[in-house]
Design a protein around this ligand. Structure first.
Ligand code: DC
Length: 681
């Protein structure tokens, strides 16, 4: 998939509305593996669709599990504890929640049923330790070869059928590097419990206990009741085996909720709170306790089963000093909230940050410093002094292929609300924003749907030009490359013309057409419906593009009252994170303060040929000479009419694309935009 290199966020000043969270990554991948191992078919509801779950699904498919998607439900038919495929090479990306449990599971299955498996991932996965898990498994008789650096993936797991595991003595595992090692053993060892109960003992202080609670809760749903003594000893009863619970629902991701809880604490002012749906006070996820930390900093929170509502309380936020062992992932969000506090904050108990998707302590320190904060880092803590008002900087924040770094970065976009800065917000650049795909593929779209900015802070690029100059195509491509909103203003005039035709209104009847234009029930599709348009509930995607509709549009657009009627509608497209608007008067009349104005031209002959090609490709016959004559007649009318004639704005940059490919034109506009946006790297 094409990944956009960066996303520019304008200074954000409000949040309100409703956010529906994607499913929890931790729950999704545990449920998938347990369902894949279990006897029977499990209906999994609300599964997270993301890079990490994709990796787990691909692995399960390779192992012979049945996977049947059906709308929002996935039916997983498990192996019932019996290997069907005995040899496989599995690529697990950067998904720790796939690598650790699959390593343990396949090591146990290969050692008892015979098999030969290799597990590998992206380079960063090969820097994330797994030695403690391997050390726990080898004494049982599992044969595990390090294929790279000892103690790190890639691994080879192999064994002969009929092997037995030495499970008489308790299995010892370190708990102070990653709780995923214990989770992996808890999920794998029921497969070896036929003859006797299996005890696991944890060496060292167990970190991230809440994640172990998720593991135990889900094992119980699949019929395995682990007995635990404190956080030191866990016993899997003899004869434990995963059985499908029938149906299971994946909760929304509590770590993902943290970004919106923070946004609410910072920017849901007055009026309505920000409502977050998918997790609530009944959550089994440890990161739900982030709510307490956010409250300690000032967030006003109400919650119920499956929902949380947040708004700003104390402001500036209160500084925080807290041991975050219990909320390792969501604690990153506290580091961002610390930017808005009226004193220094310190987060401790976060040594595990160093072995996550990236070294998160180093990464967070580096990026917070770019924003102007003073940061001290240690092996297991980070201390943050927020930037004094004048010290905030327009930064380009790196994200280290770490979804949480990217989601955290977005919270710096509220800098215009920071104490002492009131109103003077700085734009922000987030590099490689699509790394959020690991757990929350449409994070930014979700944020933009609830976040607001002062209109003058939302950047606009205008692309004006004569008909068939290719501005629609160019504008759409530029908007896609920047991740911005798109306004095809011609479509509004076309729709007004069409509405007049439907209602039998004469296209020169200024007052009547203006009335229709003011009440246009026009809807542009987004997501899967992008590119489609509806007028009064009827799809008009194709009829809107007809030459005859263009001619109507050209007539109604010459009427001042019609232009006035469509003015407000056009302004409403100016929404975060930015707008690319194409038409005739975008740079001159509608968005005179646009940050970049382009006037696109091409020779009449070129334009006639392009339009000809376009029509032929749709199976509509056309004649180049008459098309050219029509174009020139329309140009003359659009350029010479009394109101908003189609002319370049005085500060527009001219782009003649007669001899340019679309891609070259897009690159030119993006290069111009780059020159206008100073970001400190
Ligand atoms: O860009 P287009 O071909 O879809 O535009 C259709 C007509 O609408 C065009 O003849 C001129 C008019 N128009 C306008 O007057 N102002 C705009 N901003 C966009 C289009």
């Amino acid at each position: 998939m094409f990944r956009i290199p960066h996303l520019d966020l304008p200074p954000l000043s409000t949040v309100s509305g409703r956010v529906r969270l994607p499913g929890s990554k931790s729950i999704s991948n545990r449920v998938l593996l347990l369902a894949g191992l279990a006897a029977g078919t499990t209906e999994v509801h609300d599964l997270l669709a993301s890079d990490d779950t994709q990796v787990m699904l691909a692995a399960l498919a390779a192992l012979g599990c049945g996977l049947q998607p059906d709308g929002r439900v996935l039916r997983v038919t498990g192996l019932g504890g019996r290997l069907q495929v005995h040899r496989a090479s599995l690529f697990l990306g950067n998904a720790g929640t796939a690598m650790r449990p699959l390593a343990a599971t396949l090591a146990v299955l290969a050692a008892t049923q015979g098999g030969d498996f290799t597990l590998s991932g992206v380079p960063r996965m090969h820097e994330r330790p797994i030695g403690d898990l391997v050390d726990a498994l080898r004494p049982l008789g599992c044969r595990i070869d390090d294929l790279g650096r000892p103690g790190y993936p890639p691994l080879r797991l192999h064994g002969q059928a009929g092997g037995r595991l030495a499970t008489e003595a308790p299995i010892r595992v370190r708990g102070d590097v990653s709780s995923q090692f214990l989770t992996a053993l808890l999920m794998a060892l029921p497969l070896a419990s036929a003859e006797r109960a299996i005890a696991i003992e944890v060496d060292g202080e167990l970190i991230s206990k809440p994640y172990i609670e998720i593991t135990l809760a889900l094992l119980a749903r699949f019929g395995v009741e682990v007995q635990r003594t404190g956080w030191q000893r866990f016993v899997i009863p003899q004869g434990s085996a995963c059985r499908s619970p029938g149906a299971i629902h994946v909760e929304g991701d509590a770590s993902s909720a943290s970004y919106f809880i923070a946004a609410g604490a910072i920017a849901a002012q007055g009026g309505a709170p920000l409502r977050i749906e998918g997790v609530g006070h009944d959550s089994i996820q440890g990161d739900i306790r982030f709510v307490e930390a956010a409250q300690a900093m000032g967030a006003q929170v109400r919650s119920g089963p499956g929902w949380i509502e947040v708004h700003r309380g104390r402001w500036p936020l209160a500084p925080i000093a807290r041991d975050c062992t219990a909320i390792p992932d969501a604690a990153m969000t506290l580091a961002m909230m610390a930017l808005y506090a009226d004193g220094p904050s310190r987060l401790s108990g976060i040594a595990s940050w160093r072995v996550k998707e990236t070294d998160r302590i180093a990464a967070m320190a580096a990026e917070l410093r770019k924003l102007g904060a003073k940061v001290e880092e240690g092996p297991d803590f980070i201390a943050i002094v927020p930037p004094p008002a004048p010290a905030w900087r327009a930064a380009a924040l790196a994200t280290y292929d770490d979804h949480r770094m990217a989601m955290c970065a977005s919270l710096a976009a509220f800098n215009g609300l920071a104490p002492g800065r009131e109103g003077r917000g700085l734009a922000l650049r987030v590099l490689d924003p699509q790394c959020v795909g690991k757990t929350f593929p449409d994070y930014f779209e979700t944020l933009f749907a609830v976040a607001g900015a002062a209109p003058q802070d939302v950047p606009v690029i205008t692309i004006d030009g004569p008909t068939a100059s290719g501005k629609g195509t160019l504008a759409a491509a530029v908007a896609a490359a920047l991740g911005w909103q798109l306004l095809d203003s011609g479509a509004l005039y076309r729709a007004a013309g069409l509405a007049a035709q439907w209602d039998g209104v004469w296209p020169d009847d200024e007052a009547a057409v203006a009335r229709l234009a003011g009440l246009l029930e026009l809807r542009f599709g987004d997501g899967e419906q992008a590119g489609r348009t509806w007028l009064r509930g009827r799809e008009v995607t194709d009829v809107l593009r007809l030459e005859s509709t263009g001619q109507l549009a050209s007539r109604v657009s010459a009427l001042p009252a019609v232009r006035q009627a469509l003015h407000g509608l056009q302004l409403a497209f100016r929404r975060v994170p930015g707008l690319v608007a194409d038409g005739r008067d975008m740079g001159t009349v509608v968005f005179p303060d646009a940050a970049l104005k382009v006037f696109l031209t091409a020779s009449p002959q070129q334009r006639a040929e392009r339009r000809h090609k376009q029509l032929i490709s749709k199976g509509i016959s056309a004649n180049i000479d008459s098309l050219r004559a029509d174009l020139e007649a329309r140009d003359a009318r659009d350029a010479n009419r009394a109101v908003a004639p189609c002319r370049p704005a005085v500060d527009a940059l001219l782009l003649d694309n007669s001899d340019l490919s679309i891609e070259q034109s897009v690159q030119q506009v993006l290069a111009w935009w780059e020159q206008r946006r100073p970001f400190e790297a």
